[in-house]
Design a protein around this ligand. Sequence first.
Ligand code: AMP
Ligand code: MN
Ligand code: MN
Ligand code: MN
Length: 295
Amino acid sequence: MPDLKRIDLHVHSTGSDGTYTPTQLVALAQESGLGAFALTDHDSISGVREAVYAACGTNVEIVPGLELSCEYQGKEIHMLGFYIDPEDETLQKQLDTFRYLREERNKKMVSLLAAEGFDITYDALLAENPDRIITRGNIAKYLVDHGCVKSRKLVFDRYLGDDCRCFVPRDKISATDAIRLIHDAKGAAFLAHPLRYHMSLENVKKFLFFLKDFGLDGVEAIYTSHQPDDERNLKSIARDADLMISGGSDFHGDNKPQIRMGYGAGKLFVPYEILLPIRNRADRISETSKPNGVD
Ligand code: AMP
Ligand code: MN
Ligand code: MN
Ligand code: MN
C-alpha cells in the first residue's frame, strides 16, 4: 500500500518572511498530520536548530533547508537546499554576506519609501522584525499594518514590485553557484517553483537540463499554484532530465493567508515517499563533500 503520509518541503518561518516561529510550525505540522516538513527560509538557516529541537519527541521530521535567491540571465531564481548542514562554515559566511547586502538594500528602499511621504524608518522596520531576514514582503507588511498603503498588492504594484519606483535590485549569486554552495554544505539542490520565472515550458525544460549539468538534483514539481497539467509536465521533464522531484506549499503564515501548510490552496498533496530518495542523495553528497575549512 502506498504511504499516504503528507509532507511539505517548502515552508517559511520568522527566520525570513513567515509569521510562525519554527516551534509554532512544528505544532502546526503536528495538528495538520504532516510526517515531515522542510524549513526553507530565504537565505537563512537561523530557524533550523529551533525546529529540530522543537520536533524532538514528536512524529514530525525536520528537513534542514533553505531557499537561496540567485540569478540566471537577469531573472531572480530560487534554489531550495534540503538536508544542508546548518553548521557548515562556508555556508554561514556566505549567508552573512547576503544579509549585509540585504540590509544595505533595505536601507535604500526605506529611504525611497520615506521620500514618497510614507511614515517609515529603517529602525522602525527593524524593531518590528527582530532577528529576521527582512525582505520586501516584510516591508510591504509594515506599510499595510501602519496604514501607509491599503493592500500588499498595491505596495507591489506601485512601489516595491520589480522595476517599480522604490525597488532596488540586489546583487545575487548565479544559479549554478547556488547549486555548488548547497552541495558544499552537504545538501541536495532543487529548483524552486519553476513556473514562476515567466519562462515558456520549453525554456523551463532547457533551463533544467542546463542546471542538471551543474549538478542540480531535482525540481519542485508539486507546488501550491500548479494546475494538474503543470505538475504532470514538470514530472515528465524531471523524468527526461533524470531529476528528482520535490513538493511544497511555500507556507508564509499570515503573510500569504491563502496558503495552508501541507495543503497549499487546498489540493496540494506531497507524499512522504518522495523524501526518501532526496535523503539518500543528500547522504551521498555528504559522503563526497570536502570537510569544513579544507580546500
Ligand atoms: P526580496 O527577496 O526582498 O526581493 O523580496 C521577495 C519577497 O517579496 C517574496 O518572497 C514575496 O514575499 C514578496 N514579493 C515580491 N514580489 C511580489 C509581488 N509582485 N507580489 C507580492 N509579493 C511579492
Ligand atoms: Mn517569501
Ligand atoms: Mn521562492
Ligand atoms: Mn519560498
